[in-house]
Design a protein around this ligand. Structure first.
Ligand code: SF4
Ligand code: SF4
Length: 378
């Protein structure tokens, strides 16, 4: 298939979702493994490998190939973890979908950046074999001392910088981002979230320049608001009633988002507009707990766990069925969930409600009118 055809197909399918047509999802969030050698204070995924049986029954490579072949309609896949590259056959996992999904356009994976050599080799191999656009996000959650404390690894910041630089050399600057979650900052430093964002941006660039690498611009720093979930992050128990540490911390996170929005970014692009919409809605979400853009979970997106379980998303702990019982096809499970009113519950805001980037970006595409309104006010 030509890339133009595939993009046209994505546009048509997104437009169909925008008017509520319940077809096959365009995007899948696939947890390839829960292995992870970080020790983040705000996410319990890394503990899974130390839990008896925690890593048992992950989908084998043969099963992953069956998933890919049973769902050839996918056009955008977030391969997440754990640390995706901690799965030894990760390259083959991605290649299985590339081979089975003729209109696959976007492949994204986040990385903790610890194992620079292995991550870089993974990217090199994928770049050489994938036709789809490959995008990587390296997680950095603060300036060195804070980042290393939050992520629980000595010299984590230095490893992440090395990985960022090496992967950027492989992919080019438009395919790699620093992902900073405004998560564990509350009460942990004498600085506000805005100050920490400034400090992180400066520290990343200081470290890159010290290695004779080009600095990043503000467009390469993506800020995420924190989220909690029991079935994915395993951190629901650590969420306070407010979810954000109270109104003062909510205001701090909002100020940090506004700060990043105010920074100069070169050029104009569709992606820049999507980020503005994301930010505008994140501010609304922080203020009211709601967004004006409807979530597209079970409409144009779905989530598959490392053990084959389908959920609406990373947040809502509502198991819908296992692909091991459906010949690895998603649609029997998604169709049943729609029939049982789960999709309606999402549309009516009767799910936990969130504004996670995994779901926000496709939701923006599937809500053009509300997105344009958010852009106008953002
Ligand atoms: S946030 Fe990411 S890197 Fe940290 S423990 Fe969880 S999965 Fe691992
Ligand atoms: S809004 Fe609801 S269904 Fe959508 S991602 Fe958040 S919790 Fe999941």
């Amino acid at each position: 298939m030509s890339t133009l055809y595939s993009w046209s197909r994505l546009a048509v399918r997104t437009a169909a979702a925008a008017v509520g047509v319940e077809s096959t999802p365009t995007k899948l969030i696939f947890v390839v493994t829960k292995r992870c050698h970080s020790r983040c204070v705000y996410c319990d995924i890394w503990k899974v490998k130390d839990t008896p049986g925690g890593l048992d029954h992950e989908l084998s490579l043969d099963e992953v190939r069956s998933v890919a072949q049973a769902n050839p309609f996918l056009q955008w896949i977030d391969f997440t973890g754990g640390e995706p590259t901690d799965r030894p056959d990760f390259v083959h996992v991605v290649q299985a979908f590339a081979a089975a999904c003729p209109d696959l356009l976007l492949v994204h994976f986040p990385t903790n950046g610890i194992a620079t050599k292995r991550i870089t080799e993974t990217v090199r191999e994928l770049r050489a074999t994938l036709k789809a656009r490959l995008v990587v996000t390296v997680s950095i959650d603060g300036p060195p001392a804070l980042n290393d404390r939050l992520r629980g690894i000595r010299n984590d910041f230095a490893h992440a910088i090395n990985t960022f630089a090496a992967v950027r050399r492989e992919l080019g600057p438009e395919h790699i981002f620093v992902g900073m979650t405004l998560h564990g900052h509350k009460g942990s430093t004498g600085s506000t979230s805005s100050e920490l964002v400034e400090q992180t941006f400066a520290a990343v660039n200081e470290a890159l320049v010290a290695k004779n690498e080009a600095p990043i611009g503000w467009d390469a720093l993506h800020l995420n608001i924190p989220h909690f979930s029991s079935h994915y992050y395993g951190n629901a128990a650590s969420a306070d009633a407010d979810g954000f540490g109270g109104p003062a911390h909510r205001a701090e996170i909002a100020a940090a988002l506004r700060l990043a929005a105010s920074k100069p970014k070169p050029g104009v692009s569709g992606m820049r507009a999507v980020e503005r919409i994301y930010r505008a809605e994140a501010l609304r979400y922080l203020a009211t707990g709601r967004t004006s853009i409807a979530c597209s979970a079970l409409l144009s997106t779905s989530y598959l766990s490392e053990k084959g379980e389908v959920y609406p998303c990373t947040i809502w702990d509502k198991p819908l069925g296992n692909v091991r019982t459906t010949g690895y096809a998603l649609m029997p499970i998604i169709t049943a969930a729609r029939r049982d009113g789960v999709r309606r519950a999402v549309a009516e805001g009767k799910c936990p409600n969130c504004w996670t980037p995994c779901e926000a970006y496709p939701a923006i595409g599937a809500s053009p009118v509300r997105s344009l309104l958010a852009l106008a006010h953002g």
